[in-house]
Structure formats: C-alpha cells, structure tokens
Design a protein around this ligand. Structure first.
Ligand SMILES: [Zn+2]
Length: 137
C-alpha cells in the first residue's frame, strides 16, 4: 500500500480529512468510553461535506461514523457521493491506519458504489492511504 503525506492530498481531500478529524475529536455522546475514537466525513456530488463521529453508549453499543454519515447525508437529500475520509485514534494502538469494518464497506458500496474514493488516515495525519471501496484489502 502506498502512503501519502497530508501535503500530498489535494485541497478538497485535505478539507475532507480535516472535517473527519474535527468530528473524531468531538466524541460528544460517549457515555461508555473505550478510548477508541473514529471520525468520518463524506463529500457529496454537490461538494458539501457531511461528517459524523463514532457513537458509543452503554445501551446500544457502538455505531460506526461512516454509516452514520451516509444515513445523515441521505436524510439531508444527498444521493451521490465522491469521497469519504476516515480517521481514527485509539489509546490501545499507536499510529495504525484502520479500515472500515465489513458491514460499513457493504453499506458504503450499496449507497455510493464500488469506486467511492476512500481516504484512510492515522490520527496524526502522517500516513494516509487513498483508495476506493473495491480496492480495500
Ligand atoms: Zn463499521
């Protein structure tokens, strides 16, 4: 896999990743804090950004941000998507790039098609992978 630096992304990709990071850092509704934070930001075909954070609560468990972003964007009336940025920070791993789970990949493919651009980043944004859903390992 080829790693990029933040500066190598284009302006829109940088903006998208920054939006995902901002969401990740919000972690507002965490009442069951596992120390595992994820943010996602979805770029629509209208060039609007819809972002979401991972929700975690003791009643219903966890919900991934990429799924929430898709549901949120859809309920706002968006139907076409260009790209999604995904960033994670965990107290238990140091600087790993993590990937969306299987359920979310299927959901993203269903909503956005297999060639949706996916931007995966470490919390520090020092290693970034740009790929598409169908090329995720
Ligand atoms: Zn997921």
């Amino acid at each position: 896999m080829k790693y990029l630096k933040f500066e190598e992304l284009d302006n829109i990709q940088q903006e998208l990743l920054n939006a995902a990071e901002e969401s990740m850092k919000t972690h507002l509704f965490v009442d069951h804090d596992s120390g595992d934070y994820i943010g996602a930001a979805l770029l629509t075909d209208k060039h609007d950004i819809v972002s979401a954070l991972k929700l975690e609560d003791s009643a219903s468990g966890k919900r991934c941000p990429e799924g929430i972003a898709l549901v949120k964007a859809n309920s706002m009336g968006y139907r076409e998507y260009i790209s999604i940025a995904y960033i994670s920070e965990s107290l238990s791993d140091e600087g790993e790039i993590r990937e969306p789970c299987k359920d979310c990949r299927q959901m993203m493919e269903g909503y956005a098609g297999p060639d949706l651009e996916v931007i995966l980043s470490t919390a520090k944004k020092d290693r970034i992978v740009v790929t598409s859903i169908d090329k995720l390992p």
